[in-house]
Design a binder for this molecule. Sequence first.
Ligand code: SAM
Ligand code: SF4
Length: 330
Amino acid sequence: MMLADSYGRVATDLRVSLTDRCNLRCAYCMPPEGLDWLPAPEVLTGDEIVRLLRVAVSMLGVREVRFTGGEPLLRKDLTSIVARTAALEPRPEISLTTNGIGLTRLAGALRDAGLDRINVSLDTLRPEVFRKLTRRDRLDDVLAGLEAAAAAGLTPVKVNTVLMRGLNEDEAVPLLKYCLSCGYELRFIEQMPLDAQHGWKRAEMVTAGEIFAALESAFSLIPDDAHARGSAPAETFLIDGGPVRVGVIASVTRPFCGSCDRVRLTADGQVRNCLFARQESDLRTALRSGATDAQIAARWQAAVAGKLPGHGINDPSFLQPDRPMSAIGG
Ligand code: SAM
Ligand code: SF4
């Protein structure tokens, strides 16, 4: 059995949101006051998550599991969830996307539990811009978290950056220089219409084209054919002849839906076949009402089978999904 859709794509990469809560309030993600968090009983327990992962890995062909959120490091049982995921057969690749706050304490334990890779989000190197963009004064914690990840051997450490007009749009080159000096691999992500406050405006988005232009003013970028895009959303480039690379994820201006191999599980146990899906399939109710593994697997397959060909951001009729990125799992 596998998670196939009617356009020939097969989902093998599962993104799991472990919580919708966060200790930052990034402007492209959440309003300053935060959101109405999910009530605790609606959030999947560690046991429920691991059971769904076992179904995904052993019955549905999922090979990669990425934990995200919200902020996954806020989940007290994260290390145990990672360890139990690493014990599944066949063992999936396990990665984590985090804002980095708390990694100084957790990086070693996560590596020991079986975490293979990590992405840390970092949008600016200027404390005052960090404060404006995330509405919290935690830049030093993020930088220390990055160092801790590298020291724990979670390498190559990847950094995710979203540029916003008027805030950090001038930091592409300084961020890349910083990442090069620390040995981190940087990837820029175009801002997508996924913020809870529906404030995204196409005209304000910093495009991949602009990012390339900024980077090429300081570096020579050569498309990295050895790491052709495949199903990976990042287009990667060798910097000044390599071997270090930089990636750009142009979800809006160069969509990659045709080769998408992802499926998502929300913190409250809903399958989403796309970040921009307007429908979800409820696995939590099935789980909690005694469904067998085979019944859960069948429900999951049906959810992926109905995946649309593309996200439609560029269609005039595009409607932003009701739930924001922090609830879906970015
Ligand atoms: N809290 C963790 C973090 O920030 O890395 C994990 C969840 S966050 C939703 C996952 C990734 O989505 C982050 O790299 C973040 O920068 C990115 N993101 C959030 N909102 C976005 C948006 N509207 N457009 C593009 N990327 C976004
Ligand atoms: Fe939190 Fe990540 Fe959203 Fe920022 S992008 S508010 S760190 S969930």
